[in-house]
Write a protein that binds this ligand. Structure first.
Ligand code: FA5
Ligand code: MG
Length: 464
């Protein structure tokens, strides 16, 4: 399960974004400039220049890019005038917008500096497209909307996680004052019957509402309303998945697996801003893959947005996850490639062909083992860690900052505590591999030496 606030870095493209002054050590820079504004840094600041350099990229708007094509296909499932499409909202948001406006409790792990990029204590790079929900509910003129957005999370390094990725949010509201007799349940049911059928195989074993696991917002909603809105939500999203996968299937004729009906399943979930809530998983290449979270919007969010008479559903889907499946893209780093051998393979939403990998370049594995510092003095957000104040995401960030997209993945391969002192030792294996060329061993050695030096400087570990 992907939680709101987890993801990865590289540092090649510095366009419009400037990071004034050097942030290499723990010194705080005098000011951070991004998207034309300045942010005074403080003890919460943790966003490196390499991450700020992604802000101008906006892959979801880049013509013929697979992320953008995936967005277009999803938008076509939620057409105007019922849905307004918002695609260019500023990724720099307040802590209030990203967390408080959505009911995240003060101690939610997503708020930690280990999980989220802070420009300063009040300002973050959005960790999800939901950061704009409250604002759009307040001003939106149509019944529904979609938002596509680049989002940022500190997280592990592997082939399906990157510190920058794209989400698409969608929502659909019904206004009790505007439907006949205030009967939202009946209207939502009627609209459900107007939605198409599909031939996905859907597992949905749980009741819509479960008193403990997935409660009704009993003060605000009637059971019939939630049953009807949930059915409308699930069918709308199943149709979206069906549309994407039938496009992928059309191109894959001759592939036996492509003729099998696609299997999806609904699982119960929890989000602070919806109840009841679900996630949708797709069975793909032998495993269940989570593609989206959704639910019935918490009524207090709508009340705070000054639209107390509306109620409805919202969802948030990961665009790279879908694009990887749609185009058979094996590694999430590829989306950031500017190599024409990658970009040249995609054209439009009507011409979806599987990506043909250019030759797979060799991997180069290097291990690093270290003793953790035995005591701590961490400033700012809480730390989710082992006994000592080491958080894996801090290590991941150093690796990304040094190695950029030349790191394919990082795995912990050993961990133990000294029998007498209790001091902990960890060993990580870093896989250096370029997507575009053969990496020389000396180059990997240089990168690895850089990682080792920074681990000592920044995290105070003792190399073994
Ligand atoms: C959210 O971000 C919620 N805001 C979704 C939501 C919206 C729920 C509206 C209810 C109503 P989550 O953290 O699970 O949820 O992320 C949503 C999707 O983003 C995931 O299902 C997955 O497809 C994608 N995703 C999450 N983390 C990553 C990552 N590091 N790399 C690529 N895709 C990711
Ligand atoms: Mg999730």
């Amino acid at each position: 399960m992907d939680g709101p606030g987890g993801a990865r870095i590289s540092g090649k493209h510095h366009d419009r974004v400037l990071f004034m002054a050097c942030n290499r050590a723990t010194t705080t820079p005098p000011t951070i400039s991004a998207n034309g504004n300045s942010y005074p840094p403080d003890s919460w600041t943790n966003v490196p220049p390499s991450i700020l350099s992604y802000l101008p990229r906006k892959l979801h708007l880049q013509p013929s890019h697979p992320v953008s094509i995936t967005r277009e296909v999803i938008e076509s499932c939620f057409p105007p005038p019922t849905y307004t499409h918002y695609n260019d909202l500023d990724p720099i948001v307040s802590v209030y917008e990203n967390f408080d406006s959505l009911n995240f409790p003060p101690d939610h792990p997503g708020r930690n500096r280990t999980d989220t990029y802070y420009l300063n204590k009040d300002t973050v790079l959005r960790t999800h497209s939901s950061a704009h929900e409250a604002e759009i509910f307040r001003h939106n003129k149509s019944a529904g909307y979609t938002i596509s957005a680049d989002v940022y999370r500190r997280d592990a390094i592997d082939r399906s996680h990157y510190p920058v990725f794209h989400q698409m949010e969608g929502a659909r509201m019904w206004d009790r004052r505007k439907v006949e007799g205030g009967d939202v349940a009946r209207v939502a049911r009627e609209q459900l019957t107007q939605l198409e059928e599909h031939d996905l195989e859907v597992e949905d074993p749980n009741p819509t509402i479960h008193p403990e696991r997935n409660p009704l917002q009993a003060e605000h909603h009637r059971v019939e309303e939630v049953e009807a809105i949930a059915a409308h939500l699930k069918r709308s999203l199943e149709l979206m998945v069906n549309e994407l996968f039938s496009r992928a299937k059309r191109r894959a004729t001759g592939d036996a697996a492509a003729d099998e009906p696609l299997k999806v399943r609904w699982v119960e979930a929890y989000f602070p801003f919806t109840s009841p809530s679900w996630e949708l998983e797709v069975f793909w290449q032998g495993d269940w893959l989570e593609i989206l979270g959704c639910g019935i919007t918490k009524q207090d969010i709508l009340i705070n947005a000054n639209v107390p008479n509306q109620l409805g559903w919202a969802f948030g889907v990961g665009l790279e996850r879908l694009a990887m499946i749609l185009f058979s893209i094996p590694d999430i780093r590829l989306f950031w490639s500017k190599d024409p051998r990658f970009l040249g393979q995609f054209s439009t939403a009507d011409d979806i062909k599987p990506f043909v990998p250019f030759s797979k370049h060799p991997a180069c594995y290097k291990d690093v083992s270290f003793w953790l510092r035995s005591s701590s003095s961490a400033a700012g957000g809480g730390l989710r860690s082992n006994s000592q104040d080491f958080h894996e995401n801090d290590m991941m960030e150093i690796v990304r900052d040094v190695g950029g997209d030349l790191v394919e993945d990082v795995k912990m391969i050993d961990e133990f505590a000294h029998p007498v002192s209790g001091r902990k030792s960890i060993c990580y294996r870093i896989n250096y591999r370029s997507l575009e060329r053969t990496l020389k061993n000396e180059e990997a050695d240089r990168l690895h030496e850089g990682v080792r030096t920074r681990l000592v400087e920044k995290l105070g570990v003792e190399l073994r």
